[in-house]
Design a protein around this ligand. Structure first.
Ligand code: DGL
Length: 272
């Protein structure tokens, strides 16, 4: 296998750039290809069946770009489609749910974990399942947050409406007295200080980005797929919606220069 090939990363939009950011920090010598399916954002309102077919299409496209590993940097897509993708493709595929569940089970002392996620992710039941496999005695409180990712992406993430929204989704977690909360959606780390203020200092927040970057590095090492570590990696972007909007919003999520963004037609994805 050619270890100099890039790593593929995909998400429903720009949220997965928080995951890519951590991967770029942990693996500065690797190349990355990122696809944001902004034309079909938000994923959280789609059916699990639709999300499975989107994920198959996109992974097929990444495969056509000759990637050596795929990161599903989207909680909704991981929750709906990770096992399907792993059966379908002959590539290592890593998702965001398991690393977070693992970190949360290790962090909780009260054995009460909260999950904030999209409607699709909660509907899939994946967090409850994976946490239960690791510690069947943990009590899980899941809160579906329709509209929260959209508000973070398209609105002012720091206005009063956002504070009210955050307060509303945190209320059931406060009542359940959880001591650990999984930010089960790529967008939620952007309002992390607000969530922490609402939940209190005593609550540990677990986010995908840091957990996942470590898992990608470990997988490359064990499979002997790591690129030379004395080189500087490159990264490039494609999206299915408006590339100008992607570049503008993406910068805020990536916190690094983005460069040109290629627009992919739905037919190109389907063809792959
Ligand atoms: N990447 C998506 C997720 O983590 C963002 C939200 C959405 O597309 O609905 O679920």
């Amino acid at each position: 296998v050619d270890a100099s090939r890039p790593i593929g990363v995909f998400d429903s939009g720009v949220g997965g750039l928080t995951v890519l950011h951590e991967c770029l920090v942990t693996l500065p010598h690797e190349d990355f290809v990122y696809l944001g399916d902004t034309g079909r954002f938000p994923y959280g309102q789609h059916s699990l069946d639709d999300l499975r077919s989107f994920a198959i299409e996109i992974t097929g496209w990444l495969e056509s770009q000759d990637v050596k590993l795929v990161v599903v940097a989207c909680n909704s897509a991981t929750a709906a489609a990770l096992p399907t993708l792993q059966r379908h493709f002959d590539l290592p595929i890593i998702g965001v749910v398991t690393p977070e569940a693992h970190a949360a089970v290790q962090a909780t002392r009260a054995r009460r974990i909260g999950v904030l996620a999209t409607v699709a992710t909660v509907e899939s039941g994946r967090y409850r399942e994976v946490i239960g496999e690791l510690d069947a005695g943990v009590e899980v409180t899941e809160v579906a947050c329709p509209g929260l990712a959209d508000r973070i992406q398209d609105g002012d993430p720091y206005d009063e409406a956002m504070v009210a929204h955050v307060r509303e989704v945190c209320a059931p977690l406060r009542s359940a007295a959880v001591d650990t909360v999984i930010l089960g959606c790529t967008h939620y780390p952007l309002v992390r200080p607000m969530l922490q203020r609402e939940l209190g200092r005593g609550v540990t927040l677990v986010a995908a980005a840091e957990e996942l970057a470590g898992e990608v590095a470990e997988t490359l090492r064990r499979k002997g797929l790591g690129n030379d570590d004395d080189r500087r990696g490159e990264y490039r972007f494609a999206c299915t919606g408006d590339p100008v909007a992607f570049a503008r919003t993406g910068q805020r999520f990536l916190q690094l220069p983005l460069g040109p963004v290629r627009q992919l037609a739905p037919s190109e994805l389907a063809a792959a």
